[in-house]
Design a protein around this ligand. Structure first.
Ligand SMILES: *[C@@H]1O[C@H](CO)[C@@H](O)[C@H](O)[C@H]1NC(C)=O
Ligand SMILES: *[C@@H]1O[C@H](CO)[C@@H](O)[C@H](O)[C@H]1NC(C)=O
Ligand SMILES: *[C@@H]1O[C@H](CO)[C@@H](O)[C@H](O)[C@H]1NC(C)=O
Ligand SMILES: *[C@@H]1O[C@H](CO)[C@@H](O)[C@H](O)[C@H]1NC(C)=O
Ligand SMILES: *[C@@H]1O[C@H](CO)[C@@H](O)[C@H](O)[C@H]1NC(C)=O
Length: 334
């Protein structure tokens, strides 16, 4: 199990590192799909925000500097949305969701400490609890009392951490590609929903063919140079490699949540994942849905861990639907 998670996620990171070092891609989405490759193997480019990527720093008293941006319909009656990107990345991974939501409400994005435009200095080890406290510090700074959260991967884990510990600040969480155990060992052989032998649909690629497999290969759709890399965004690009290694160390040891921790989440949550995600195993999405009282589950079709870039139309539709659903404060929504 440990190898599966580590190898899979490291494969993803190596791809990102490869992209970071090869000046090939143009900003923004590129044009047509290449029909010779399944959608779940594509890794589309990140893109710009409709506010021209204007942002600021929140310089915490601890010496950690957090880059953030906030835009959209500031006066909207809809709850603002805090958007949290994936590990080793930056907020522009979420540009399609941010620009979509900003048409109708306020969005807030932070580059996770040490990642993207937030320099890797002032601390050594990465912890989800620190990302969580940083997000609260940012909301305090902006005087925002409550948000909905859209999180991807590490951002989704942080979204769950927020909902566990700051329930009054978090209205609901759309958690895409989260895991609750760094080594994905829980629930192991006892997946509460699919109850497979291994707890994972993709665990036996050799005998089950390639339907659920990306074989560790993602192909960029890029056609020019990509400005959205750590090397290009960070005020301390010399620290990007060290950041990547330190984030991978976090991935093997965190999080370590069981049913008791997830049961403390009282807000609505959708546990979301791509049906071809080979980085985070299906047992994690199933467990999150089963152990959080008001959780629902959404498995997105024919996409991987990168679903929000591979099929933004469907992803954004589901996201908007979730955010606009009524909720009576006690029971799931109608
Ligand atoms: C805040 O952090 C950024 C990024 O490290 C830095 O460039 C800026 O000088 C800092 N501002 C202050 C007031 O310390
Ligand atoms: C949030 O709650 C979980 C589960 O109790 C705990 O492990 C974690 O340390 C908490 N995080 C913060 C930031 O307090
Ligand atoms: C937050 O509220 C405080 C106190 O009312 C105010 O001084 C500060 O300027 C506000 N900050 C923002 C970002 O609106
Ligand atoms: C990835 O793609 C390359 C080039 O097509 C191929 O040589 C390699 O075997 C693939 N890797 C895996 C793990 O399938
Ligand atoms: C996975 O990590 C948990 C701690 O979260 C630990 O208790 C368990 O022994 C680990 N499982 C394996 C197979 O290493």
């Amino acid at each position: 199990m440990i190898e599966t998670k580590v190898l899979a996620l490291v494969a993803g990171v190596s791809t990102l590192l490869f992209l970071a070092h090869s000046a090939i891609a143009a900003p923004g989405p590129s044009s047509a799909w290449d029909a010779t490759q399944p959608r779940w193997e594509w890794l589309p480019n990140y893109g710009p925000f409709t506010n021209g990527d204007r942002g600021r720093y929140l310089n915490l008293s601890s010496g950690v500097d957090i880059w953030y941006t906030s835009f959209g319909q500031i006066e909207s009656a809809k709850t603002p949305v805090l958007i949290l990107h994936g590990g080793t990345g930056n907020s522009n991974q979420m540009y399609s969701q941010a620009n979509y939501l900003a048409k109708t409400r306020r969005v807030i994005l932070q580059d996770t400490r040490g990642q993207g435009r937030s320099p890797y200095t002032g601390f050594s080890n990465f912890h989800y609890d620190d990302f969580t406290r940083d997000a609260i510090a940012l909301l305090d700074h902006l005087n925002i009392s409550q948000v909905a959260v859209l999180g991807w991967s590490d951002g989704a884990i942080t979204g769950l951490d927020l909902a566990m510990n700051y329930s009054s600040r978090i209205e609901r969480v759309f958690a895409h590609g989260a895991n609750i155990q760094g080594n994905q060992s829980i629930p192991g052989l006892n997946d509460p929903i699919i109850n497979s032998d291994t707890g994972s649909l993709d665990s036996n690629i050799e005998s089950h063919g390639t339907t659920y497999s990306t074989k560790g290969n993602f192909t960029t759709r890029a056609t020019g140079s990509d400005p959205y890399t750590c090397q290009n965004l960070s005020p301390l690009p010399s620290r990007c490699d060290a950041m990547n290694q330190a984030v991978q160390r976090m991935w093997v040891s965190e999080p370590t949540w069981g049913p008791e921790a997830l049961a403390t989440i009282k807000c609505p949550v959708w546990s979301v994942d791509g049906d071809h995600d080979v980085g985070v195993q299906r047992n994690q999405a199933d467990t999150i849905a089963a152990w959080i009282p008001f959780a629902g589950q959404l498995i997105l079709p024919q996409v991987s861990h990168f679903a929000l870039l591979q099929d933004p139309t469907f992803f954004n539709f589901a996201l908007g639907y979730f955010l606009d659903m009524a909720y009576d404060g006690q029971l799931p929504y109608y």
